[in-house]
Design a protein around this ligand. Structure first.
Ligand code: WT7
Length: 647
């Protein structure tokens, strides 16, 4: 077992030419803390403004909660990501490298070509009546059109809401309904690991309950025949062929919305996390540059899907704002075989590679062979995101993939934070395997106890942020009260992350995972309440309780306790039916790993399910269930323990 406090020094060859070395990090952190106005007044110039802001920051975490950055600034995000690179003479540089699911398929799109494609779609959307502030839903596979669609919305001031292509028709429908999108952009099919994903068919099913959608724009990707409803459904290529290749960017206030992205919380339906234009883009550009030590000319690859925030900030907005060449991969790490990631690295000369711990653990299980038979000489920086990384997986990534040459940046952040908040900087921060290390300049984390008291020094507790940063979410779309309630009521005056963390004697942060009822399955965030409501929607289910359980590859698996309706007998067939039901209701990412039949659930006398006990049973920590004396019926616990599944 590696010592989790192993310290890996900054590599002199990285530090020597790094964007930020140790001394610079200290200066930046110190200035951002002492005089944030001056710090951000300088940093905001990294993006293009139509009118440079004079007001920098206006944030209050108390009362109604107000978060505003660069408020009187005017800009258009697509200009920073496209026009200014062309104006600077880099129009012929590749903006996006697309690597298809099939190893033989790829494409390169220059900044000039991307600009034209964005403008054409922007004009097409305008012709369909889309105006500033309207919501457009994007339900696409990992193809260049996904980035084009996002930027085209930004171009005309429409708010995009990207829904991950793996979500079910029901999940898609509820997201469209919540933000009342007027247009849906999708494709005939997606392709992943040699299999087709029926996006248009899913969309058609979803739209049966989405009256706000006026038109569906369909990308022909695989060429599979799909029904097109006359008057409603339109082919992307027809619309764009007719549209003009220039489109003036809509002037946007810095606090005008850029996008909505739905994410799961501990209660209720997924929330529409709202990000605005100026602060988000500054944060995306700033963090992409300093965390990945990005420099012009480098090929950068983030393996996430654009359906998640990682894809928004670190495939599209951050890299394109910085004029990078960003790689978009349609496939999966294991297909055609588990060398695929490293083959793509060699094929395109990738120098910065950013992926999730779950992928690393899955590849680690296949042994070193699939890695060793590739060169990976171009790699310089490795990154991880999405969940805590265990030191073994960290060290394997560092030693086997990076051959001890590439620093590993373990980046902690959330959909809500817009971009990375806690992470090493490659040229500045000595590394500890398993630790996200230190806050970025301008980030003020703290650890508090259950009563919200700030704990000093080496300690463990709840991770909060004491002050705002430009990339912070501004509200929950359509429900500001829920925003205040979710993030600012547990510890008044502080932003509560929902994560637990430990801080060691060196001030390094170690994220220990969610402390609320959110589970993290293979880096995908799911609310236990969502899975429970999917289960109880089944006609044979009376009650359900869902908890996370430790899982070797996925980090956490889904463990469901199900009480059937009176007279319904448990069976293997019913178990399979419920698994299929949840997949259909939410999507394959919510597939339960274990379903235990529970004659009763452990509840307090007031009827609250004691999840603490259910978590322990699922984790097989039944020797220490804690105090069960407050349960209405302590006998149910013995039954659950006796019938626990070893999934
Ligand atoms: C939750 C946020 C941030 C983009 C991907 C996930 C967990 C994220 C780390 C990390 C430990 C991490 C946290 C967080 N998480 N990165 N480096 N170490 N945990 O975004 O779906 O909004 O999930 O992911 O629990 O709260 P998300």
């Amino acid at each position: 077992m590696p010592d989790s406090d192993t310290l890996i020094a900054v590599k002199p060859e990285i530090a020597a030419r790094a964007r930020v070395d140790a001394a610079r990090y200290r200066t930046m952190a110190e200035e951002a803390a002492r005089d944030p106005e001056a710090f951000w007044r300088r940093e905001l110039r990294r993006i293009a403004w139509m009118r440079e802001p004079t007001r920098i920051k206006d944030a209050d975490f108390t009362g109604d909660v107000r978060i505003r950055w660069f408020e009187d600034g005017v800009l258009n995000a697509s200009v920073s990501c496209l026009d200014r690179h062309i104006e600077a003479g880099r129009g012929d540089q590749v903006a996006i490298i697309w690597e298809g699911d099939d190893p033989g398929t790829d494409a390169k799109v220059t900044y000039r070509e991307l600009h034209e494609r964005v403008c054409r779609l922007a004009n097409a959307l305008k012709a369909l009546g889309v105006k500033k502030g309207d919501r457009v839903c994007i339900y696409l596979p990992m193809i260049v059109e996904a980035a084009v669609a996002m930027l085209a919305c930004a171009r005309i001031g429409a708010i995009h809401s990207v829904v991950f292509g793996g979500f079910s028709p029901d999940s898609l429908a509820s997201r469209i309904q919540d933000s009342e999108c007027s247009i849906l952009i999708t494709a005939d099919e997606g392709r992943r690991g040699g299999r087709a994903v029926p996006l248009k068919a899913n969309a058609d099913e979803a739209l049966a309950t989405c009256p706000s959608i006026r038109h569906v724009v369909v990308v022909r990707h695989t060429g599979a025949p799909v029904p097109m409803r006359a008057g409603r459904d339109l082919w992307w290529h027809d619309l764009c062929a007719e549209a003009a290749p220039h489109c003036a960017p809509e002037p946007m206030g810095a606090e005008d919305p850029l996008f909505i992205l739905y994410t799961s919380g501990s209660t209720g339906k997924p929330k529409g996390v709202l990000h605005t234009t100026g602060g988000y883009l500054v944060w995306a550009s700033f963090t992409h540059e300093i965390v990945f030590d990005y420099r012009p000319g480098e090929i950068y690859w983030c393996t996430a899907d654009v359906g998640w925030v990682t894809g928004h900030t670190y495939i599209v907005y951050g890299p394109l704002a910085n004029g990078a060449t960003t790689l978009m991969f349609e496939g999966v790490p294991s297909w055609p075989d588990s060398s695929r990631f490293w083959q793509v690295v060699d094929k395109h000369g990738v120098s910065i590679f950013y992926t999730a711990p779950t992928a690393i653990r899955a590849l680690m299980r296949e042994g070193e062979g699939p890695v060793r038979r590739t060169s990976r000489r171009s790699l310089r920086i490795l990154g991880t995101v999405g969940e805590p990384i265990n030191p073994e997986a960290w060290l394997w990534y560092y030693r086997v993939v990076g051959e001890e040459r590439c620093p590993v940046v373990d980046t902690w952040w959330q959909t809500e934070t817009g971009g990375i908040l806690i992470s090493p900087l490659p040229g500045a921060t000595p590394l500890k395997p398993g630790s996200a290390t230190l806050p970025l300049p301008g980030v003020k984390p703290a650890i508090v106890d259950g009563e919200g008291r700030i704990l000093e020094g080496a300690t463990e507790g709840n991770l909060v942020l004491l002050d705002s940063w430009p990339g912070q979410m501004r509200t929950v779309f359509g429900d500001h009260a829920r925003f205040v309630q979710t993030y600012f009521s547990t510890f008044p005056g502080m932003y509560f992350t929902g994560d637990g963390a430990r801080r060691d004697a060196d001030g390094y942060y170690w994220i220990t995972g969610r402390v609320d009822d959110v589970i993290n399955v293979a880096g995908h965030r799911l609310g236990t309440a969502e899975i429970e409501s999917a289960l109880v929607a089944h006609p044979k289910v009376a009650e359900a309780a869902v908890v996370g359980m430790p899982h070797d590859i996925k980090g956490q698996g889904i463990y469901a306790y199900v009480t059937l309706k009176l007279g319904v007998e448990p069976s293997e067939a019913l178990r399979q039916e419920l698994v299929a039901w949840v997949r259909k209701e939410i999507g394959p990412i919510a597939t339960p790993d274990a379903i235990q039949w529970a004659p009763g659930l452990p509840k307090t006398r007031s009827g609250k399910i004691m999840r603490r006990i259910l978590r322990k049973i699922a984790a097989n920590e039944t020797g220490n269930l804690g105090d069960t004396s407050t349960l209405a019926d302590p006998a149910v616990v013995a039954d659950l323990v006796a019938n626990r599944l070893s999934a």
